[in-house]
Design a protein around this ligand. Sequence first.
Ligand SMILES: C[S@@+](CC[C@H](N)C(=O)[O-])C[C@H]1O[C@@H](n2cnc3c(N)ncnc32)[C@H](O)[C@@H]1O
Length: 283
Amino acid sequence: MNYCSTAEKNGIAWRDMAKEILASECYKEKDAVENPSVIYPEYYLKPFHAYTQGNLSWEAAAEVEAATMSVCRRAIPSAASLEEATKVMRGNWLQAIEDHHNQNSGGLAVSDILDIGCSCGVSTRFLADKFPCANVTGLDLSPYFLAVAEYKEKLRPSRAKPIKWLHANGEETGLLSSTFDIISLAFVIHECPQYAIRGLLKEAYRLLRPGGTVALTDNSPKSKVIQNLSPVLFTLMKSTEPHLDEYYLLDLEKAMQETGFVNVRSILTDPRHRTVTGSIPRL
Ligand SMILES: C[S@@+](CC[C@H](N)C(=O)[O-])C[C@H]1O[C@@H](n2cnc3c(N)ncnc32)[C@H](O)[C@@H]1O
């Protein structure tokens, strides 16, 4: 509950949202989505975000959407409301993806989208709303988060193309090669050690069609806001984000080029976050 009071001061009903999930029938969704043969990488089993069981608990799952909202609020402190902050942060990210795809894909239609590290489905829903003609899959290692994603999805009007949820490791999805046009990893890689980031990039490269677009959005090491964080705050963040140092020390653009991505570019999509996009070479 570390961030709970600040979030509530900012109009995010953290405790009420968590209560709703804990009182719901989410556990049934977990039974349906969980793949018992998933092997969790060692880095994923560490305590995380101040939860002893990391992302593998109902406590974390119940609070994760409120935590996601807090990220938007912090990103755009000048926004008049949470809704406005969300619209700006998510809107700029989606625009960066669309612009990159339009400029570099050689006209590849957006038919299949994969959201790796989809958590409780917030980023997945934004992608599905932006590209309503696409088949959208949200993939995550936490069956608890995926259960919340499906529970939340069922609360909204049904879509012509329902979102699919997949419990898998993004480094080794088991999905067929060259079957996606866009792959997004939103706020995932600051939670991963460098070897896992490279594994995620390699798998995204395998899964994308020629001309396809990968997009990674996360904290920008070049952001003045991030650079000016006080050492105390930074140490506090590191205590709940065990792989943060590795993320900041990685030259992401270079790692993408080494994986084989072309047209790699990075833009600051809000004062704290960059969106780094790249393409699979066209045939
Ligand atoms: C901060 S959350 C992502 C938030 C979400 N994409 C959004 O934008 O709202 C990071 C997610 O990455 C997932 N994750 C971390 N490593 C992963 C891996 N190797 N494969 C799949 N998911 C992973 C975590 O379980 C967590 O749900």
